[in-house]
Design a protein around this ligand. Structure first.
Ligand SMILES: [Zn+2]
Length: 199
């Protein structure tokens, strides 16, 4: 098999949550193997495919977890994509769900009326609603956003991200992308109780 075609590994943080959903944290098989040998990650799951070196052969990792926890930034970046993700890719006026390429932004208080471009004033909108609202205030045209726009937490965006999986998912990734928080809670408690046992 052409080595360039070998599949990537899903990278989890030390708490077994994906390092990132958007873009999904994936490492090339070369980077994954390197990290295994440097002892920076644990292999959680493997593909059936093997790679061979002159002296050894081993299965390719499909899911790896960092041994050291990487703190996640608390404030998500104010980006086009994150606004859509916060609003679940749906127009905040009529509720229609659309691909990112067909969504646009609306300033709840129009820029012409002094509205700012930030989390609290920008919402996802379909072209039709955006046009209909134009430079009018919500109170003038009766168009109020379904949800009051606010700055989301990284956690909220991750939660929303679970509903919009990437196109390619290996079956061994699913557990880690769809684990619900209760299970994560159990696991964390389990680890705590193991690590607090006297040696
Ligand atoms: Zn709409």
């Amino acid at each position: 098999m052409n080595a360039g075609m070998l599949p990537p590994a899903l990278v989890l943080n030390a708490d077994f949550r994906p390092l990132s959903y958007y873009p999904l944290s994936l490492w090339s098989w070369q980077d994954s193997i390197k990290a295994v040998f440097l002892d920076r990650v644990s292999i959680i799951s493997e593909y059936d495919q093997e790679v061979h070196s002159p002296s050894a052969s081993f299965k390719l990792p499909s899911v790896i977890a960092l041994k050291d926890y990487v703190p996640q930034s608390r404030n998500p970046a104010f980006t086009r994509f994150n606004v859509f993700l916060r609003d679940k890719f749906s127009c905040q006026y009529c509720g229609v769900r659309l691909p990112a390429s067909e969504l646009t932004f609306d300033h709840v208080i129009p820029r012409a009326r002094g509205g700012r471009t930030n989390w609290y004033n920008v919402v996802a909108a379909c072209g039709k609603c955006n046009l209909r609202k134009g430079a009018k205030l919500a109170s003038d045209c009766g168009m109020h956003p379904i949800q009051k726009p606010q700055e989301p937490s990284v956690w909220q965006l991750q939660e929303n991200g679970r509903h919009f999986p990437p196109n390619y998912l290996h079956h061994s990734w699913r557990d880690y992308l769809y684990w619900d928080s209760e299970l994560l809670q159990d696991k964390a408690e389990q680890e705590l109780s193991i690590s607090s046992q006297p040696l």
